[in-house]
Each structure stands twice: as C-alpha cells, then as structure tokens.
Design a protein around this ligand. Sequence first.
Ligand code: ATP
Ligand code: MG
Length: 556
Amino acid sequence: MSSESTTVSSNFLRVIIEDDLATGKHESIVTRFPPEPNGYLHIGHAKSICLNFGLARQFGGRCHLRFDDTNPAKEELEYIESIKESVRWLGFDWGEHLYYASDYFDQLYQWAEHLILQGKAYVEELTADEIRKHRGTLVEAGVESPYRNRPVEENLDLFRRMRSGEFPDGAKVLRARIDMAAPNMNLRDPVLYRIIHAPHPHVGDSWCIYPMYDFAHGQSDAIEGITHSICTLEFEDHKPLYEWFLDNLPVPSHPRQYEFARLNLTYTVMSKRKLHELVTQSLVNGWDDPRLPTLMGIRRRGYTPAAVRAFCERIGVGRSDSWIDMSILEDCVREDLNECAPRVLAVLRPLKVVIDNYPADQIDEFEAANHPQKPEMGSRKVTFSRELFIEQDDFAEDPPKGFFRMTPGGEVRLRYAYIVRCTGVVRDDNGTVIEVHCQYDPASRGGSASDGRKIKGTIHWVSASNAQDAEVRLFDRLFTDPNPDRGGIDYKQFLNPDSVVTLTSAKVEAGLATVDSETRLQFERQGYFRLDPRDSLPDRLVFNRIVTLKDAWTKK
Ligand code: ATP
Ligand code: MG
C-alpha cells in the first residue's frame, strides 16, 4: 500500500474551472453534493462536500444539496436531517438550493415517455436474472431481448400501466434501447425504471415506479443547471450513458461530469455496509461513536470542522486512487487545536501527594497561562494545597535511566508552583504505593530555585482541595491494521481491543466544573479533550480524548 505522508495540495478541478471561466464557457459555476439518504455521512463524504461547496465558494458560484432519493426501500427521513446537519456543521450552506431527485419525478417520467416515443426505450418482461444473462461480457456482445422491438404504442401503454400500479414489483422494467453490443456495458440497454410498491419518504405514495440512479442523476443536474457534476472515479464508466441521456432528451442544459479519486483512509472502514454492521452488532456504541469515521462520530469526539476542511484541502483532489494515512487527519486536528485550545491541568490516573511541610489549612493560588504562546488568551488561577494529585506514572520508585519526574529523594517541579522533594511513600497491603510524601521548597514559588540549581523535570498536578472528579475516555484507532477492509479476511478481526480506555477516577482542575462541551481543551502533557456532549451531566464530567499531543502510531 502506498501511503501519502507528504501531500502537496493540488486540485485539478480548480484548473478546469479557472479555464472554463477564463474562456467564457461559463459565467459562473454550479456544483452539487448528491447524497443518497440511505445512511450517515462519513469522512469520505466530507471530501466531496468540501470539494463541491469549496469550489463554489472559491469561484463565487453556488452549490446545491440534492438528495438522490430514487430508491424508497432504503431511504429514511432521519438520514436526510442528519446529512443536512453534517453539511452545516462542516461550515457549508446551500442557501435556497435544497433539492430532491424526487422533485423531478414528473419531468423524468415525461422524458421516459419521450424516449419511448422516439423508439429509444421499451418495456422489458424478462426477469432481472435473464436480463443479467443477456447482457454479455466484456469480450462478448449481449443478446437482444425478444421485447426490444415492440411497437411504440405497446410500450407506451405498458409503461403507463406500470405507472398506474397494474403490475407487481419486478414484473416489468423500462429499458433504454441503445446497443446490446456496445463495448461499454452501461450502454447495453440499461434499465431506466423499475416497479417498487413502496411509499417514498419525500413524495409519499404518489409513485410505484422509480427511476434508476443513472436515469435520474444527469437529468437532475441538467434541470438544476449544474455546470460541473463532480463524482468519484467509479462513475467514469457511466459517463457515456450520462452523455447519452443528455443528447437524447430535450434537457435545458448540458452539464459535464468530472471524476475524482475517492478518499481511502487507513485504520478505518467507510463502506456503509460495514459501518452498519459495526453499529448493529454493537461493536461500537451507535453511529456517533467517537471512534467511527462518521461525521457524527468525529464531531462528538471533538474534531473541529476547521480541521476536517484543512484535511480535505491538504490531501488534494486527484484522479488516481491512493491511500491517505490516518495520521494526516490527526495532524490536522492537532494543528487546529494547538492554536485555539486553552491549556488546563488534569490528572488521568491519580496518585496522592502530601506535602508534609505545607500547612494543612493553607491554600495558595497560582496564575496559569491559558496558552503559552498566546497571552491574549489570558490566564486563570489554580489552587495549591497540602494534598495534591499527580499522575501515577510521573512517579517511579525505581526509575529507568533518563527519568526526570518524581523519584524517592529526587526533586521535581510542580508546574506553575513549587519545587518538591519526595521523602517517602505509603503502601497498601499489596505493597503498591498509594501515597507519596514530599517537602516543598518555599523559596521556589513560581517554579525556579533561588540558588539557581537546575531541576530537569516538570510534572502537572491538581489540588485535592478542589479538584473535580471526571471520567476520561481515551480513544484510539478503531483498527490495528492500516487496511482492515482489504478483503480475504474478516475486517472485524482487526478491531483494536484498546480503541477506548475508560478512566473513571480522573481529577481535573476546579474551573472545569463549568466548562461547556463546545470548548476544546489541552490537558497539559496528555492531549486534547472535550466534554462528551451526550454523556456529560452537570454533576458528572465525562471527557473525550480528541487526539494525543503527538503521533504515537507511526513509531509502532
Ligand atoms: P452508496 O454505496 O450507497 O452509493 P456512497 O458512499 O457513494 O454510498 P452517496 O450518498 O451516494 O454514498 O455519496 C454521496 C457523494 O459522496 C457521492 O458523490 C459520492 O461519490 C461521494 N463519496 C462517497 N464516498 C466518498 C469517498 N470515500 N471519498 C470521496 N467522495 C465520496
Ligand atoms: Mg453513491
């Protein structure tokens, strides 16, 4: 697998559009994002959204949101609402231009009759299986259907009766009459309409025949005056059919289709079927599980729309399939959060520290900067007291070489506060250290020694006097393998057993009791976090780790 760790952002569609505007081919551009409302959006869709809405924004054109709702059996209103919300969350707006392919069902129906009248469509009675068998192969021409040469009148009558509900599902279809020997299989008399007796989420039960995607898509583009119809590479083979419809119907405009390479991202899966399986088999906790690549999931986790847009820009838009490493997405999230996330102190796995020479009834406050490089982000007060919490792994009784944190007899700096020396430990019955005792140096207020002695290590802490209890969820990649979906082996075997580690006894600085879930924070030395918008309650803080401070995976 080739992974693009350093991509130079490029976008061949920008060049095409610049040219079309320069030559006057178009005065302004119109693009569209055409989701099928049969599932929730994922990060791959974000690439398409950023591309279509981004081009329109860059070139002063417009982008439509169009639901490609041609298959009532799989579509639900809930998906429509969720898709709209995800597009808005990404920072894009379709304005007045919200459309449904089903808005065009009348027009599409008339165009189907138009083709029949031109002798370019016929009602087929072969079964789906027979149609498949007659299609031929890449090296063999297909076989013409015995119904292919029906008179126009008979086709029209049958098609109208299909529409009026006379026939059961699957009894007949309408096919284009193009060329059963065409080298491009899509031109071998493709199906245009099928019978489905099912109510439609948008148009109710006014129809029992529904157009196929190929028959609806290009014509919807033409009705809306789309100039650049941008889709993923698998539609390249459909382009001659897209063109054929536009050439053979009295459409009001002639859009052009352009294909780009879809996003493939390592350490995750994006197929709707697999995402569905993960959710329905409870391998994750719902569609907004923060480990999923769904936009609901990454949003809940705390990824920002700006980071996702930056990612889509960075990976560029090309015409050859490639893999993008998950670390690129994570880097974009880190870079965005590094700029805007206030720093706070939080201890994830607490170990109690008692400062024996600090009075029990004394409380001190230190001014702590909210961002080391951004004084404009201000500062806050953090409380210091005789009893504190530090991270368990910031203490080692038997330190490995190069360990500059707390050790028996050694000195360490408590961030913003004092230098302390560890003088002893308290153990439980198993011999585990449950408390550390220290002496502080009163002359080191602020963290530097008055005699100039060097203290290598600085650790973070929170005051036991007012620390807030919190649950912290440490999310990691959902799969341990860069390409779990490679085929030949069940992708579920690669599920990462440690994709979430839940810590229930974390301690965070007092001010976090009132933080809101929109605020992204850096827990110093730990990573970026935000309150889980679903599971946090006023008296129960639950933090999601959005991303670590550094990439721990590329080293693995
Ligand atoms: P389906 O298999 O149901 O068609 P889909 O992922 O193609 O699934 P759509 O709702 O049809 O879902 O997708 C809407 C738009 O998003 C389409 O234009 C599609 O090409 C684009 N898209 C889907 N997946 C990706 C991806 N991984 N990268 C870039 N664009 C994508
Ligand atoms: Mg699709």
